[in-house]
Design a protein around this ligand. Structure first.
Ligand code: CA
Length: 393
């Protein structure tokens, strides 16, 4: 264990330098000790890195992250398109027997599993064709979250060592997300399962393995059996925006009802959620919505999965329109906002611009201080107030 820790420390130290002067081949060699300590043989290591070069396309792609910069309405329109809903319904039917067995074992509804699959890889049609090892090592080498990607590279070598997938078939996205589930190697290690029983965890070619691995991921990250992700809701005219958490029963007493006229659950808690502020649709979300964000930490992503699942099951489209002129706060500004929250004494759970339900509650309090409508949404009005300091009140 001590030797492993020392090697990991060595790896992290080496990985800390942002711009690498050393030649690529020398950099690869620095990762061999970490690979060895994960049980990767020199033969597997040498075969894996043979002919490996940095991928020039990958660096440019690090600048694009659509779910963080596009208005949520626009993101949803493409992620939950009519054709994707139609395809999803067909896939639900085709894989019904497997999905039923998956739901029994993991407690995740078939339509949620298929919706993740649809958003991640367009139902297996776009799993990414990049050489995952090459993507990971390029990101580490160019200094883009180096320690993270170097660890993922070493983990990927460990997967090759175990023989779940041949080197040539280990394909995925430019960011190293693999196969139909778009698992990073570390997620594969923790959550991939062999559901078809052939002895291999194959999220590339086995649909039962891919779907069950997704369900296992959500289950292990806290998905609660029988709990809906949430509902679009309609608010009464006198709604107090500062309230964010209640039992569904208490929300109903406050005059909140579902936009589709269905009944709110008799038990359980709902979190009031305005993904694009009070001017856009309102939702009561549950902890299962937060679990969807563990797959990909973005509200737009989680809402796309949730809504695609609903639409595949024949539930209606959202009733309220998304604000046409919405300018979402870019990631840098959301990071800045998190720093303001920290300065104000809040225990912020992320510093990379990701906004949790807990952070939305903090934002509600700060909005109230500045006499802004406390809808919990990180927006430009709040940003301007915070930048203006006390005089802006
Ligand atoms: Ca298998």
């Amino acid at each position: 264990m001590i030797r492993l820790a020392a090697r990991l420390t060595l790896l992290l130290c080496l990985a800390a330098s942002p711009v690498r002067a050393e030649p690529f081949a020398d950099y690869l060699e620095t990762l061999r000790p970490a690979a060895r300590s994960r049980g990767v043989s020199d033969a597997v290591f040498d075969r894996a890195i043979a002919g490996l070069t940095p991928d020039p396309q990958v660096e440019a792609l690090t600048k694009r992250q659509p779910e963080f910069s596009r208005p949520i309405g626009a993101y949803l329109a493409s992620a939950v398109s009519a054709s994707r809903i139609t395809s999803g319904r067909k896939e639900l039917e085709k894989a019904a027997t497997t999905l039923q067995a998956i739901e029994v074992r993991y407690g995740v509804p078939a339509e949620i599993v298929v919706a993740v699959w649809g958003v991640e890889s367009n139902f297996g049609a776009s799993p990414g064709s990049k050489d995952v090892l090459r993507s990971l090592i390029t990101l580490a080498y160019i200094g883009y979250r180096t320690d993270y990607f170097a660890r993922e590279f070493v983990t990927a070598l460990g997967i090759l060592q175990k023989g779940d997938v041949p080197r040539a078939d280990m394909r995925g996205s430019w960011a190293g997300a693999m196969g139909q589930t778009q698992f990073m190697p570390s997620s594969f290690e923790k959550f991939a399962v062999d559901f078809d029983g052939d002895g291999h965890r194959d999220i590339w070619r086995s649909l039962p393995d891919a779907l069950a691995s997704t369900a296992n991921y959500l289950s292990q990250n806290g998905w609660q059996r029988g709990l809906p992700w949430g509902f679009e809701v309609v608010l009464p005219a006198n709604f107090d925006y500062a309230i964010s958490r209640h039992s569904f029963a208490d929300w109903a007493k406050l005059g909140i009802h579902r936009a589709d006229k269905g009944a709110l659950p008799a038990t359980g808690e709902g979190i009031m959620f305005f993904p694009s502020g009070a001017a856009g649709p309102a939702f009561l979300a549950t902890q299962n919505f937060a679990v969807l964000k563990t797959y990909n930490n973005s509200d737009a992503y989680a809402l796309s999965v949730a809504h695609l699942a609903d639409r595949m099951k024949g539930r209606p489209a959202f009733v309220s329109a998304w604000p046409a002129d919405e300018q979402p706060l870019p990631r840098e500004e959301r990071k800045e906002l998190q720093q303001y929250l920290i300065k104000l004494g809040y225990a912020v759970d992320d510093k990379e611009g990701r906004i949790s339900f807990a952070m939305r509650d903090m934002i509600r309090e700060v909005q109230a201080r500045y006499h802004l409508r406390p809808d919990g949404n990180p927006d430009w009005a709040l940003m301007k107030a915070l930048r203006g300091g006390p005089d802006a009140r």
